[in-house]
Design a protein. Structure first.
Length: 229
């Protein structure tokens, strides 16, 4: 039984619990069960790579929905590729985390170089994905952006902005797990968020929702896509 609070739909029995999904494929099946009304419709599932791809493929197979990829990537620090100070989407949309940048000693040249490098990465990935999963027409379409979890939500909001520019009809998020504050913040920008496992608290990691979780390398990602019929 789902519970709807405004535009946020979760599963109350999974709130603030860890290790609730075996892996990303099972998480996709749980999300599919929350989206049964969209089965066999023209709704489109757009995966955010890398972690969102197996979740989205599982959802698409279960619900018989079209799946494609919305490539978006964070702009990382020159000295720490785990930390992002912005993000770039497939259409060239750029969002910078101004509050974080105000605390960093990055020059304008370093910021511009980071944007340029990330844009090239996104364009290269998008071109490879389009060979197997071409991005369809988005205007007036019901779209579900899918990731494997929402921590800060900053990268996801960049994808949301790109979708809004594309003129989608109904823009929704489907993600297995997310931090409560981030979910609430992102919900203000979309029609609905489906997130079975919402957690609060100071410490949050997407991986904690899964019994088996690992990073997905780029080649593994494309192997996953290439197995599609």
């Amino acid at each position: 039984m789902t519970h709807s609070s405004g535009k946020i739909i979760d599963l109350p029995e999974l709130r603030n619990k860890k290790r609730v999904f075996t892996n990303r494929l099972e998480a996709g099946q749980v999300l599919a069960s929350m989206l049964k009304e969209y089965e066999n419709t023209s709704a489109l599932i757009l995966a955010i790579p890398a972690g969102g791809v197996p979740v989205a493929l599982s959802m698409g197979e279960t619900l018989n929905l079209a799946v494609s990829v919305s490539v978006v990537s964070k702009i990382t620090l020159p000295w720490n590729t785990e930390v992002g100070y912005g993000a770039v989407a497939f259409d060239g949309t750029v969002r910078l985390n101004d509050s974080l940048l105000s605390r960093l000693r990055l020059t304008r040249e370093q910021i511009d170089e980071g944007i340029k490098h990330t844009l090239h990465k996104v364009q290269r990935r998008a071109e490879r994905f389009s060979q197997k999963l071409p991005l369809p027409h988005l205007e007036n379409r019901t779209v579900f952006l899918v990731d494997d979890g929402i921590a800060s939500g900053f990268t996801l909001l960049t994808a949301v902005e790109a979708m809004q520019k594309a003129g989608v009809g109904s823009l929704n998020i489907a993600t297995p797990t997310g931090h409560l504050e981030s979910i609430q913040r992102v919900s203000e920008q979309v029609d609905a968020i489906y997130c079975p496992n919402i957690r609060s608290g100071f410490f949050f990691a997407v991986a904690d929702a899964y019994k088996r979780w690992s990073d997905i390398g780029e080649e593994e990602l494309f192997e996953m896509i290439n197995r599609l019929e």
